[in-house]
Design a protein around this ligand. Sequence first.
Ligand code: KIV
Ligand code: NA
Length: 275
Amino acid sequence: QTKAMTPPQVAARKGGTPLVCLTAYTTPMARLVDKHCDIALVGDSVGMVLHGLPSTLGVSLDMMILHGKAVRRGLEQALMVVDMPFGSYEEGPEQAFRNAARMVAETGCAAVKLEGSETMAQTIRFLTGRGIPVMAHVGLTPQAVNAFGGYGVQGRGEAGGRVLADAAAVAQAGAFSVVLEKVPEALARRITQEIAIPTIGIGASPACDGQVLVVDDMLGMFTDFRPKFVKRYGELGEAADAAIAAYAQEVRERRFPAAQHVFADAAMAVTGEKS
Ligand code: KIV
Ligand code: NA
């Protein structure tokens, strides 16, 4: 694990070659992400993407730890970051540290991510000051879906100042990078210029210092909704649908299994002479 990307190395990429980040929730996907990306994020999007939950609000610390352990086994080079789920850090610095420490100890992740505005600055300082690097997340923060009343673009017009203040506060508090979700390009550019840590955008334009997507979204594997900011680099959902349909048909027609999938035992051959 010595050759793995570290939080300080990520921070040092400010303004340089864009940081490449994808989510991963399982060992095999982590292996693929590890090959090509700088950062593997075990996002709480796992609740919606793999568990069929209606939002990320029902995701537990235990779920994140389970997926974190699986992802850890698939990584060698990428920096592993795990999302702190809703309810596991908002009470205050002590609660956040207790749960983040458990996350680090049990999964082997190098950093945690938490959604947070200026309100979380004190908590971010508390964690970073005690050996737990923090990636922050501002703009559209999905755990606040009820407060926002949906998943709309954040920081348009006057509201941009709020998001800028949030980004500046988490940077000041010691976060090593910040996810900027679903904000207008001009705001993303301004934030990226004004804060000292890398911005990692999702629906936040190419002006950011890096990009992140939910891997199942960009693979066309999770298709419940299709946000404007997702580019489909694959159609794995369609490929899986076609493969499963073909299997079902061949089983029903007794075309699968075929001869090459079958184990012979001459001694038991019903038609042959028994020796
Ligand atoms: O949970 C998640 O996948 C995330 C990324 C989209 C940034 O927080
Ligand atoms: Na998340």
